[in-house]
Design a protein around this ligand. Structure first.
Ligand SMILES: Cc1cc2nc3c(=O)[nH]c(=O)nc-3n(C[C@H](O)[C@H](O)[C@H](O)COP(=O)(O)O)c2cc1C
Length: 418
């Protein structure tokens, strides 16, 4: 199988900069200036990213899941420097606390981190878990969102609630009462918190939806209708609707069809698309449950393949901004996604891998992971951006911006980077 990755494993960096990066890797020197300012001053690199139209100080975000389910996790992420955090997905409900997707509220505390070898033979990690959405009450979720907004006020790390709304099969209608109640409740909490953030909500198409075996027509109907239904119940114009797409059990072309369906039908409502949630293995069993979502290199291979096809098609057109997710385990992987149009990345698994993978031995996992993502001398964001700057022939005294990378596919033949 063809390798989709464009960037060389050995970065193209002159020896003195190589030494600087290694020294920054060995010891934290950015505490006084702050991480991003330090990187700008020392390397002339601007690492800010974007979630839709929202600028974030760096592209690395916490993906929605078990690691963004309580306030102490969110606080640690904010204090230790992540660009943004997407809160665990809540299942929508109506004013009578009824949820048509009640089955997605699964209490499953046990999670394990396992090595996984991809079809191409590359070793990575996956988190195995049998749960799905938020398993406490909707009121508890609103309280977490409120407290998270307080953290935003202290730290300026954007916080994004995530919802899985009702997704009907072809014989059913959408339960609009759930869209109305859930969206309005979240908007109320946002308004009461008076944060200087837009009202943001990310719709999650859960990886476990694959287990329902919906048809292509049903899935495309969701892509067309769901953003419209969310938007209909938002009162403010200061909003970003994010849609996180899943990886259904169809081929790459259908995956492109889903992104195209959003761009063709919902470009005036959807502010960003998160590409793409985990893969689904029908045969894998865990704790008595058959059918488990998974990640690792099969996930990034597939996501990058699909995004490459998509941006090839959209070279001459503008498209809804992309936030990446899936096996972002290095700054280099973040840049692989950025080369396919992504302006930020949402990470889950990398925050859970064994500590021996991290150079820093002290501090929270967020801090250790972010340090690795930025300063690993071989595959960190700084090394990768310096290398890319050299390959592109950009002068060192010009600031090279992370946000220049998602535009590159319009100007150069990406294959030339190989
Ligand atoms: C244990 C676990 C729980 C997750 N729960 C959610 C969720 O509630 N909502 C969601 O949008 N994605 C959820 N995800 C998917 C992640 O947000 C992320 O998109 C995906 O795992 C790919 O990133 P990764 O390869 O860095 O793990 C979950 C992932 C894991 C591993």
């Amino acid at each position: 199988m063809d390798n989709v990755y464009l960037l060389n494993h050995e970065p193209n960096i002159n020896p003195s900069l190589k030494e600087q990066i290694s020294s920054d890797y060995e010891q934290i020197k950015y505490e006084n200036l702050g991480l991003e300012k330090y990187i700008l001053e020392k390397y002339n690199l601007d690492v800010s990213g974007k979630y839709g139209s929202l600028v974030i100080k760096n592209p690395f975000g916490k993906a929605s899941g078990q690691l963004s389910s309580n306030i102490s996790q969110i606080k640690t992420d904010a204090v230790d420097g992540l660009g943004f955090a997407v809160i665990k997905t809540v299942i929508s409900q109506d004013e009578n606390s009824e949820s048509s997707m009640e089955d997605w509220k699964v209490k499953a505390p046990k999670m394990i981190v396992e090595e996984i070898v991809s079809e191409r033979g590359e070793k990575g990690y996956t988190v195995t878990w049998k749960g799905r959405g938020w398993d406490k009450s909707f009121e508890d979720y609103l309280e977490l969102v409120t407290k998270s907004f307080d953290i935003y006020k202290e730290t300026q790390m954007p916080i994004i609630p995530s919802v899985q709304y009702h997704l009907p099969n072809s014989e059913e209608d959408f339960r609009e009462s759930e869209y109305r109640f859930t969206t309005k409740s979240l908007e109320r909490v946002w308004r009461e918190s008076s944060v200087d953030l837009p009202f943001i909500v990310e719709q999650d198409f859960s990886a476990t939806l694959s287990g329902l075996k919906n048809t292509k027509e049903e899935i495309l109907r969701w892509s067309r209708e769901v953003p419209r239904l969310i938007d209909k119940h938002i009162a403010t114009d200061n909003k970003i609707i994010g849609v996180k797409l899943f990886n259904p059990l169809f081929d790459d072309d259908f995956q492109v069809d889903m992104v195209r369906a959003l761009n063709d039908n919902a470009s005036d409502t959807v502010g960003t698309i998160t590409c793409f949630n985990r893969l689904f293995d029908f045969n894998k069993e865990f704790e008595g449950k058959k059918g488990i979502a998974y990640g690792g290199y099969d996930l990034s291979d597939r996501n990058l393949r699909v995004l490459t096809k998509f941006i090839d098609e959209y070279k001459e057109k503008t498209f809804i901004p992309i936030s990446a997710t899936g096996n972002i385990n290095s700054g280099r992987m973040m840049v692989e996604y950025a080369l396919r149009g992504a302006t930020s990345g949402q990470i889950h698994t990398f925050f859970q891998i064994p500590s021996e993978n991290f150079r820093l031995k002290e501090g929270s996992r967020t801090k250790k992971a972010l340090h690795e993502l930025m300063f690993n001398p071989i595959n960190g964001l700084v090394a990768t951006m310096v290398s890319l700057r050299n390959i592109l022939g950009i002068k060192e005294d010009n600031v090279f911006r992370f946000l220049d990378i998602p535009e590159l596919h319009k100007k150069i033949q990406l294959d030339k980077l190989k």
